[in-house]
Design a protein around this ligand. Structure first.
Ligand SMILES: Cc1ncc(COP(=O)(O)O)c(C=O)c1O
Length: 410
């Protein structure tokens, strides 16, 4: 494996207690990071500390615990703002995850700006969470969903994208990185081109934020969403970034406590950004865990993480390409460390089961991206996805496991 990495992976692995276990009598190799990441001790400890010392509801209390809890929750927002290089904390909305962030935009921006005959543009490689909310909106509004085609490598066809834009386009919603193929999309260029038509862009960054530096101001995107559980934090919390002017221009989504300034029986007035979009008691401990997770990522360095994972991608691609009757699915020139593949004569589910018996966790199935599977003429693939704690030994264990699969199936 190329040595161009400044990550001390041996030390990093010690930060993740879960990795030290055996599965079916073999040391665990965790290669399902695109589904969710494991949690470092600092995140687990931050959650424990919060529940042992600070737990209280936020914003409403005058007592010490509520103040501490509110302070931690809002401090996490500040950390996200700096992490994404957003202009201010008014642009950071806490949601349940990437899925909820996209639904929020569809139900607020979408409902007020999309009408009959208008168009939404997505790509052919989107996760279901960046397809179905737009289908629902289009159905409700009698609008049209347009799809950017992709080539055999799994890259968007940019000239086709340019042709899709017109005066009826109301939004472009694309993934930064594909969870099924690993393709890194040219999101900066997509934003530039869409803005040429005055069309806002939502970027689904669920697979990007854990693996590379994301700067929403340099991307100039209008919305950016990600899920915290994929970035070493807890489940049940995510982030919607929205440009302040865009968010100001959107009606609230869910109604309830905290999203209002005053409530009368006839009418209510709504809270300022970002709380206007955070109805009800939020995931307070999730925000605390999120803060710890982002600090952890920063302590490793996002460029170092990206370089390390790129080296793992190159090694895995080389080693898997040498295996007989194995086909890599998704060979984009710009790729993150997600390796989808099939093996002649072996169902992906069997690959996953045999690897599991070797202590190796990968994902098999359609990866919540059925349209892209269909384009490749497949029902499913096997997918190994890497994180900062994976190493060359993990790749070798995967290769040995796949050799065993081949041997069993002939
Ligand atoms: C590209 C992409 N978008 C969105 C999601 C949805 O994330 P969540 O289920 O955490 O909301 C995922 C999850 O795998 C994903 O990979």
């Amino acid at each position: 494996m190329p040595s161009a990495t400044s990550l001390d992976v041996t030390a990093i692995r010690k930060d993740f207690p879960i990795l030290a276990q055996q599965v079916h009598g073999k040391p665990l190799v965790y290669l399902d990071n695109a589904a969710t990441s494991q949690k470092p001790k600092c995140v687990i400890e931050a959650l424990t500390r919060f529940y042992q010392m600070d737990n209280a509801n936020i914003h409403r209390g005058v007592h010490q615990l509520s103040e501490r809890s509110t302070q931690s929750y809002e401090a996490a927002r500040g950390k996200v703002q700096r992490f994404l290089n957003a202009a201010n904390t008014r642009e950071i909305v806490f949601v349940r995850g990437a899925t909820e962030g996209i639904n929020l935009v569809a139900q607020t921006y979408g409902r007020t700006h999309v009408g009959a005959g208008d168009e939404i543009v997505i790509s052919a490689m989107e996760h279901h969470s960046n397809i179905v909310p737009w289908q629902m909106l289009c159905e409700e509004k009698d609008a049209v969903l347009r799809v950017i085609p992709i080539n055999d490598r799994g890259e968007v066809e940019f000239d086709q994208f340019e042709k899709l834009l017109n005066h009826r386009t109301r939004l472009v919603a694309v993934s930064h990185v594909s969870n099924a193929l690993g393709t890194i999309n040219p999101v900066r260029e997509i934003v530039n081109t869409a803005h040429g038509w005055n069309v806002p862009v939502l970027i689904d960054g669920a697979q990007a934020v854990p693996h590379m530096k994301v700067d929403v101001r340099s991307l100039d995107c209008d919305f950016y969403v990600f899920s915290v559980h994929k970035v070493f934090g807890p489940t049940g919390i995510g982030v919607l970034y929205g440009k302040e002017q865009r968010l100001e221009d959107m009606p609230p989504w869910q109604g309830g406590g905290d999203m209002i300034l005053s409530v009368g029986i006839e009418a209510s007035t709504y809270n300022d950004l970002p709380w206007r979009f955070e109805a009800g008691t939020p995931n307070i401990s999730g925000a605390v865990g999120l803060g710890a997770a982002l600090e952890y990522v920063e302590s490793l360095g996002r460029d170092a993480i990206a370089a390390h994972e790129h080296a793992l991608l190159e090694l895995t691609t080389e080693r898997l390409s040498a295996l007989p009757r194995l086909r890599l699915i998704g060979t984009a020139r710009a790729k993150a460390a997600v390796v989808s593949f099939t093996m002649d004569g072996v169902h992906p589910h069997d690959i996953g089961t045999i690897l599991d018996s070797e202590g190796i966790a990968i994902r098999t199935g359609h990866h919540c991206a059925m349209p892209i599977m269909e384009l490749f003429g497949l029902a499913a693939t096997a997918r190994a996805s890497f994180g900062c704690y994976n190493n060359a030994e993990d790749v070798e264990r995967l290769v040995e496991g796949l050799k065993k699969v081949r041997k069993l199936f002939g």
